[in-house]
Structures are given as C-alpha cells and as structure tokens.
Design a protein around this ligand. Structure first.
Ligand code: AQP
Length: 344
C-alpha cells in the first residue's frame, strides 16, 4: 500500500480566527484529516514579526488552539511552532538558499509593512517580517508536505517555498525535498465586508474581519453593514442572463455558498439575475447562516475550555511527537549541507 500523502498548514496566533481563515483554509484542514497524514501548526514565531505584546502571545496561542479544536481539528495533529525549534534552524539554512531579490517581490511583505505603518503609526519594520516567507518554507518542508491547504493570499509564498526546495535539491545534488502543492477550498479568498476590495484580515482593523466565535448579534450587525452597491438593477446583464456582481455582493454570495446554504444561494442568485433581489434579504440570509455555523463552534469551544488542563497537556504531547519528524529532517539536512551533526 502506498504511503499516505502528507499535509501541512499553519495559522498565526495574532488574534481571533475569522471567517476568511476558516473558509479559506481551516475548513479544509478538518476535511483533509480523513484522507491524509496531516500536521497543523500554530506559528507563534511568525506572530513576532509585527508589533506584539509578549504577555499576550502565549494567551493568543492557546486561544487559537481551542478555536481550532472547536471547529474539528484533531489534537494529535496540532503543534505549537516554538516547541519545535527545528523550524528556526531550518529557516536559517534556507536563508542561504533563498534569493534576496525574490523576497523583495513578496506582496504580503509590502501589504503588511504598509498596514503596520498605517495602524500603529510605527515606522519600524522587522527583518523577521521580510524573512517570514522563508520561515514558512521551513514550516512546510520540515515535514515533507505534499499538500498545503491555504488561502489564495499564500500562493506567492508557496511558489517561493518550491523554489527554495528546488535550489536546495540542486545544490546538495539530491532530490531530498518534494515540491509541495497548494490546495485551495472553493472559497480561497474571502473579502472584508467593510471594504470588499481587500481580503478579510485582522491586521486591517476590527471592521475588516468577522470573528468565527463572535456573539450572534454582532455577526448579524457586521453582515447587515456590509458594503454592496446601488442595487441589482444598476448592474449589467450578459447574453446568458447573468448579471454582473460588485465585489461586495459577490463576497456575500461566496459566504453563503461556503456555509453550505446551496438552495438559498440558488434562489437568491435567480432573484439577483432577475434584478429584484433586496440586499437586505441577502444580508439577512448570510448573517443567519454565519451565526448558525458559529453557534455550534462556540458551544464546542466552551466544552473544551472546561477541560483546559487536559487539552493543554494533549497539545504539549502532540508537539513533542511531531517534533520527532522535524528532528529527523534536520539530521538529514545537516548531513547534506556539510554542517556539524548532533546526536539526536
Ligand atoms: N481573507 C482570507 N480568505 C481566505 N483565506 C484566508 N486566510 C487568511 N485570510 C484569508 C488563510 O488563513 C490561513 C491562516 O492565515 P494566517 O495565519 O496568515 O492568518 P493571517 O494572515 O494572520 O490572517 P489575517 O487576518 O490575514 O492576518 P493578518 O492580517 O495579520 O495577515 C492561511 O492559510 C491564509 O491563507
């Protein structure tokens, strides 16, 4: 029997899990667990790349772990990145296999450094922020992942990861690393409801994301205030009777589909194409669908929180077990690159 394919993905403990994270990546994490050998990391080293508060970081790490477990990620597949320091060692080695020019072209670096300047009015941009795609390549290749389920915003980083793996293999004269492939969900890019021209994101500010574990009332309110347009009847219709959609309306339909409300999606789309959909109805249906999904997750998270000590112990254990694989990769890499080899 052939070996199960490996899957790796990560999330930063930089705040709440939002519906962009969930529909763009985490929902896939849950589904893939049935079919593949999966490991998922809460990447706290990454969370240090922009301004952060040390006393909040550990708390945020546990917060996201409880959220991941509540939506269905299995404890045995989860690890905390800083409990596996091999990630940073491999990152350093990969720094020597990645091109400065290619890193300069990373759009996320440009976006995040601009956002940092906008939101904190701070001109300090860390080298870590510039280098984080290399750490991300180390996160992926450390576990020889075949597939990486991420949102569309990560495509450029995955391309960089493949080019690092390629350069490494060429330079050491061995096809050691597999070149990982991206896996997208059907909704790989969820946009901010407050500004549908930008992705749903925490660092853009509170109004630009909807927390999966938010109070029902606030979810409904946030969706109700979503930016749309002047009305369906103002949009053009093509020869097949399909009406053009503005980014905001498209995003609301995408959210409805992502919630699995396919019948409602079909009915509302028909009305939209006919030019008589009220955006109030669309927003109401989307808000209800998100709130319903959220309610199940909130209840599950409360159960897990009641068993905090045990859950934390499980994650320490799973991180230690997952570290065994990371150590093996480092042992091979040290051998291949001519570094001193430790006795593991
Ligand atoms: N808007 C999105 N649509 C689809 N997928 C998304 N992801 C993030 N935003 C969207 C995916 O979520 C996973 C975890 O990403 P992350 O840890 O990098 O999350 P993030 O970048 O911290 O999310 P934010 O809110 O966008 O944070 P900031 O603003 O700090 O960058 C990834 O697979 C990502 O693709």
């Amino acid at each position: 029997m052939s070996e199960q394919k490996r899957v790796l993905s990560c999330i930063q403990p930089t705040g709440h899990m939002h519906f962009g994270n969930y529909f763009g990546a985490v929902k896939n994490w849950v589904d893939l667990q049935e079919k593949y050998n999966c490991v998922y990391g809460v990447v706290d080293y990454h969370a240090m790349t922009t301004l952060y508060k040390p006393d909040k970081l550990r708390q945020a790490t546990w917060e996201i772990i409880f959220s991941l477990l509540a939506v269905g990620v299995k404890a045995e597949n989860l690890f905390i990145q800083s409990l596996i320091p091999e990630h940073v060692e491999l990152c350093w080695i990969f720094n020597c296999f990645s091109s400065y020019g290619q890193l300069q072209r990373m759009t996320q670096f440009k976006d995040k450094s601009n956002q940092a300047k906008e939101t904190t009015k701070d001109t300090f941009i860390s080298t870590g922020l510039f280098d984080y795609p290399v750490l991300q390549a180390a996160d992926i290749l450390l576990y020889h992942a075949d597939f990486v389920p991420v949102g569309k915003d990560q495509d450029q980083h995955l391309e960089l990861c493949r080019s690092i793996a390629n350069r490494f293999n060429t330079q050491v004269g061995k096809e050691y690393f597999v070149l990982p492939e991206t896996l997208h969900t059907e909704t790989p890019k969820i946009m901010s409801t407050a500004d549908p021209t930008r992705k749903m994101s925490k660092s853009a500010g509170d109004k630009h994301y909807i927390n999966v574990f938010e109070e029902q009332k606030r979810i409904l309110k946030q969706v109700r205030s979503a930016v749309t347009d002047a009305g369906a009847s103002t949009m053009s219709v093509d020869a097949n009777g399909i009406r053009e959609k503005s980014a905001g309306v498209e995003n609301l339909f995408e959210l409805l589909k992502a919630c699995g409300k396919l019948n409602a999606h079909k009915d509302l789309e028909t009305k939209y194409n006919e030019g008589n959909l009220s955006y109030g109805d669309l927003k109401g249906t989307v808000g209800e669908a998100l709130a319903e999904l959220s309610a199940g997750f909130v209840a599950r998270k409360a159960e897990l929180m009641a068993d905090k000590k045990n859950v934390k112990y499980q994650i320490q254990q799973s991180s230690a077990e997952i570290r065994v694989r990371a150590k093996q990769t480092l042992k091979d890499v040290r051998q291949l690159t001519g570094l001193g080899n430790l006795k593991y």
